[in-house]
Design a protein around this ligand. Structure first.
Ligand code: GAP
Length: 495
């Protein structure tokens, strides 16, 4: 895999996803819908397993409660949260081919030489005073200079005059940058006017904030405690890209942990460690995971401290989860906009205050993609290529395949009764088509960790072989021991 180009790897995975039924393009028979994907039979199992592991890890503890809030919320929520005003991306259009680009992503589509040339041309027309105002970027590389000038409201459109459209190649064809709100709008009720506008939520977090008091009072929790939620979120991204990485409909797994303000640092550090360890505990390669701490000047308006957990995708490092110290921003804003007190009463000191919030916000769909890419392995076995999805057994869509060696001599009957028994515990696949070697390969591609084969010996001594996906080793065990053996191996993460 290491010698392959990034695009080749992603293309192979996209093709495997379609062939094996992990992910399909949304509305494919109509030509697809950009930025939306459907999870097929194996994909939905993998996604559900990721979500279930997250749910267990985050909520099967005494200080975190679960929630499932509605996707549609009162429109004032999004005013209070700052999304109506600030959840925007600057975008530019090419006047020639009508392609639309996020201004802050344009740089990725332009090569270094062209950037250098554009900067030179811009500087040639600047006055001395203007040059002085840009002297703070003098020591930066051309790449960094280009990005800094694009961020600069005074000079970005002047730089764009010297940039070719990455799609059609036309020089200087960009419009002025405009702010584009990423929230999808729709209408509630029968009248489609401004007073009926509601938004599809762009994050699940706000459903948690507005339920802070409901959960606190009904669960009788005390600080520190958390509320966790998994659910769909929608963003009208200008440029969707890299398969499931940036989509318009996706799922988030978010937890908001309410703490005393003076304990914010302690809990921020605690959740950072917990969350990166969660990915590692489910087998994600340690050397492909890292933190990316946000520098102070790049923090979101609500954050005091923030870090991303990044995974090294074939196309580079990308965020799979954000961890933020959101201070008391959210609850204060909801208090202000709703007129309802969201203060916490410390029963002992009788002190009332708005808690700080430490947020852990993971993308279920992005985690899915990271787990998928991390699991994908190509190996040579007996001079043949073996594609194997080395999922952690807890995440594997199908846990066991039941394979009668031949379709006679009573083997199918025994195999069927094993299948029926195993279905009490987990997802099982029954396969009696083709040579046993080919059946193993099909299960390797699906990531099935255990294959149970019923053969001639089974007829004599009620034993079967269990074949492990990663080592390809086989072991003979008693039929009666199959469920407990597999359940133990899943727990141990052994495959
Ligand atoms: N409540 C905070 C919040 O939503 P975010 O960094 O915008 O923070 C959190 O999103 C996570 O949601 C990201 O780390 C990513 O995994 C996922 N995510 C965000 N936008 C996404 C998109 N367009 N497509 C897929 N996943 C996305």
């Amino acid at each position: 895999m290491s010698q392959q180009k990034p695009n080749e790897v992603v293309e192979k995975i996209v093709s495997l996803c379609k062939r094996k039924g992990f992910v399909f393009q949304s509305s494919e028979i109509y030509g697809g819908l950009n930025g939306c994907w459907d999870y097929g039979p194996l994909g939905v199992e993998l996604l559900n397993n990721i979500k279930m592991e997250w749910w267990k890890f985050m909520t099967y503890r005494e200080d975190v409660e679960g929630l499932d809030a509605a996707i549609l919320m009162h429109p004032r929520v999004w005013e209070a949260s700052g999304h109506v005003e600030n959840f925007t991306d600057p975008m530019v259009d090419c006047k020639n081919c009508k392609s639309r680009f996020r201004l802050d992503h344009l740089s990725e589509n332009i090569n270094s030489k062209k950037k250098e040339k554009a900067i030179e041309s811009l500087f040639a027309e600047l006055t001395n005073e203007e040059k002085i105002s840009l002297s703070n970027i003098e020591s930066l590389s051309a790449e960094e200079k280009f990005e800094k000038i694009l961020e600069n409201k005074t000079f970005s459109s002047r730089l764009l005059k010297f940039v070719n459209c990455p799609n059609c190649g036309t020089l200087g064809s960009f419009t002025e940058a405009r702010q584009f709100n990423l929230m999808f709008k729709t209408f509630i009720g029968p009248v489609e006017d401004q007073s009926a506008v509601v938004y599809l939520r762009p994050e699940t977090a706000q459903g948690i904030f507005v339920n802070f008091l409901n959960v606190l009072n009904s669960s009788r929790q005390q600080l520190p405690f958390g509320i966790a939620q998994i659910g769909k979120a929608f963003r009208n991204e200008i440029n969707t890209k890299n398969f499931l990485f940036r989509t318009r409909e996706f799922e988030q797994m978010e937890m908001q942990y309410f703490v005393k303000p003076e304990e914010d640092k302690k809990w921020y550090d605690y959740w950072k460690e917990q969350r990166i360890n969660w990915f590692k505990s489910l087998g994600m390669s340690k050397d492909k995971l890292r933190f990316h701490d946000h520098p102070k000047e790049k923090l979101a308006h609500y954050a005091k401290e923030a870090t991303d957990i990044e995974y090294e995708f074939p196309f580079g490092w990308g965020e799979i989860e954000g961890i933020h110290n959101r201070t008391n921003f959210d609850l204060s804003r909801h208090e202000e906009y709703s007129g309802k007190s969201l203060k916490y009463l410390n029963e002992e000191t009788k002190e009332k205050f708005i808690p700080y919030i430490i947020e852990t916000s993971a993308g279920a769909s992005r985690s899915f993609m990271a787990f998928l890419i991390d699991a994908y392995k190509e190996e040579t076995v007996n001079d043949e290529l073996r594609v194997v999805m080395r999922f952690h057994p807890k995440l594997a869509p199908i846990k066991a395949a039941v394979l009668p060696l031949v379709n006679r001599d009573g083997m199918p009957e025994i195999a069927k009764s094993i299948e029926t028994e195993l279905r009490n515990y987990f997802k099982v696949f029954y396969d009696d088509k083709g040579s046993i070697g080919r059946r193993y390969r099909r299960q390797d591609e699906a990531g099935t960790p255990y294959c149970i084969t019923i053969d001639n010996e089974t007829l004599n001594d009620k034993t079967v072989t269990i074949r492990y996906r990663d080592s390809m080793e086989q072991e003979r065990i008693k039929i009666d021991d199959i469920p407990s053996r597999i359940l133990r191996k899943i727990r141990e993460g052994a495959s």
